[in-house]
Design a protein around this ligand. Sequence first.
Ligand SMILES: *Cc1c(COP(=O)(O)O)cnc(C)c1O
Length: 235
Amino acid sequence: MPSIPENILQVRTRIEAACTLAHRPAGSVTLLAVSKTCPPDAVRAALAAGQRAFGENYVQEALDKIAALADRRADLEWHLIGPLQSNKTRPVAEAFDWVHSVDRLKIAQRLSEQRPDHLSPLQLCLQVNVSDEASKSGVAPDELPALAQAVAKLPRVRLRGLMAIPEPEDDPVRQRAPHALLRSLRDGLRTQGLDLDTLSMGMSADLEAAVQEGATMVRIGTAIFGARARPGPAQ
Ligand SMILES: *Cc1c(COP(=O)(O)O)cnc(C)c1O
């Protein structure tokens, strides 16, 4: 079985090839290694291979892992990519560097209020529901502009961009539509004066389609750490 460092190398090669195809610079896409359900030693193995940014879904699991890896905190960037309830915002504001899954103003307000002063602002993405069906998470596209303008005004968080978890789709051409939608929503907010540099989209099965449509951060779990007992994103 290929090792975690070999898998990271392979994913980086996929990202570079996709960038070449899209006429984008190779460094324009950040790899977020999704370490949910993986033990701290798997994160250490990825760290040793030069990986710094890690994504987690489940708040309590992530807090335990961040604590277990406290000796390497300065080398690590922790991103929450899973659902966040309002009663869990304080530990998240204290422990994470980024939150990708903000879809309500109340959550962003609490994160801003609870972000400790000695830390730099918490970096945020707004999760957008880009699928037609009644998905459980993500702001609806027509409600996005008002939410983005309100979040951008909060003092202790910095709105960086948008995130989406499209419905699984095998066809590489059809994979592009939800990513293109997220990009156009981001472009729309930019014309409204918001300085957004991040499109968090693309997973193990669709990273090429996401890079083609402008992803700046791809979230890769399975292709780095192998299949999980709990597959798929918790939405
Ligand atoms: C699990 C998860 C990923 C990674 O998915 P893979 O298919 O394993 O690459 C990405 N984003 C979110 C939000 C997830 O929950």
